[in-house]
Design a protein around this ligand. Structure first.
Ligand SMILES: NC(=O)c1ccc[n+]([C@@H]2O[C@H](COP(=O)([O-])OP(=O)(O)OC[C@H]3O[C@@H](n4cnc5c(N)ncnc54)[C@H](OP(=O)(O)O)[C@@H]3O)[C@@H](O)[C@H]2O)c1
Length: 306
């Protein structure tokens, strides 16, 4: 099989395409022929050594995948060769989905309905599960709530906008000017160019992917008893402000989950959720794909196609 490996941390140049024997699945595992693997900001952070999630190299990046089951290990109950599947594998441990084949636990994936494109499904998992777990699980999103989604055209944000709409929320989303039309197409009721204006609250629920000092604004825009869910660290000032205002402020960390994946697949099959794939790259260009995600500020997702 073909696989992207790295012997040291550093710039995108450390990523190399290698050949390795195709592995056999162990108990409860599947071997998937990867059709698409999403690229996420965490991948470049781990590659560079800024976020030592899986220890020191050698290792292989990648947690997202969609593809076809090729072989099943002992005790696998739900899948057989030929099934179309997608998921976030083993996060935050090594999953090595930057490859033509990957071994994944059956309890972390879901079936991809026939109407759903495997490229979109492969670009979905980490970002989609983050959006779902932030809004629905941690946020307790309810119909008619006023929801604010920062970075609403990013990988997580564009999925969050659609999930919030599908669950009956009134959605305000922020992005830079060139992406406001996309926000409206995705269903945002109000699209705000955050370089020029501030969203008008109060909100019941805010998803804040960038956090940092922005979390202070997020808290200030949230009603007492409302929630702000961040994906990165927030400041001590934001924590104090949240306490003073009676706002629940929480940073979440995405985790794999077959049930959450299945819920996302259902939304996609119903046409309520689509993954905007900004650009795909061949597996051999994994480094270029990471640089593009970091520098080009794409709308939606970037994916590798082995
Ligand atoms: N905690 C977790 O489990 C978890 C899970 C997923 C992601 N994350 C983190 O959440 C963040 C967003 O992830 P993502 O996959 O949505 O990323 P992404 O696809 O790269 O999208 C980020 C978007 O945010 C906007 N943005 C606003 N301020 C920005 C800034 N200061 N720097 C960079 N972009 C900015 C950009 O769009 P505009 O052009 O509109 O500004 C950009 O396209 C990343 O930092 C990621 O590491 C955390």
């Amino acid at each position: 099989m073909q696989i992207i490996t790295q012997e040291r941390t550093g710039s995108a140049q450390v990523l190399q395409l290698s050949e390795k024997p195709t592995p056999e699945p162990g108990p409860g595992e599947l071997r998937v022929r990867v059709v698409a693997a999403g690229v996420n900001p965490v991948d470049a952070a781990v590659r560079a050594g800024d976020f030592p999630l899986i220890g020191a190299p050698p290792f292989t990046l990648g947690w997202d995948l969609a593809g076809e089951v090729e072989a099943v290990g002992p005790g696998v109950r739900w899948y057989r060769p030929g099934d179309r599947v997608a998921g976030l594998a083993r996060f935050p441990q090594q999953a090595a989905t930057y490859a033509s084949h990957a071994i994944v636990p059956e309890e972390e994936i879901a079936r991809v309905p026939s109407q759903v494109d495997l490229q979109q499904a492969g670009a979905l998992p980490l970002a989609g599960l983050t959006a779902w777990q932030a809004l629905v699980v941690a946020g307790g999103l309810a119909p008619r709530q006023r929801v604010l989604i920062h970075s609403g055209a990013g990988g997580v944000g564009h999925l969050a906008v659609q999930i919030a709409k599908a669950r009956g929320a009134h959605v305000t989303a922020t992005a830079s000017a060139g992406k406001l039309e996309l926000l409206r197409e995705l269903g945002a009721d109000i699209a705000v160019d955050y370089h020029r204006a501030q969203p008008v609250g109060p909100f019941d629920l805010v998803l804040d992917p960038q956090a940092g000092v922005q979390a202070e604004t997020s808290v200030a825009l949230t009603r007492a008893g409302g929630k702000v869910i961040t994906l990165l660290d927030f400041t001590e000032t934001a924590a104090q402000l949240a306490q003073a205002r009676g706002v629940h402020l929480q940073r979440i960390m995405v985790r794999p989950g077959a049930h959450h994946m299945a819920a996302l697949m259902t939304l996609m099959a119903e046409g309520a959720l689509r993954v905007v794939v900004d650009r795909t790259f061949p597996l051999a260009e994994a480094g270029a794909a990471q640089d593009y995600l970091a520098e080009a500020r794409p709308a939606g997702k970037v994916a590798l196609i082995p």
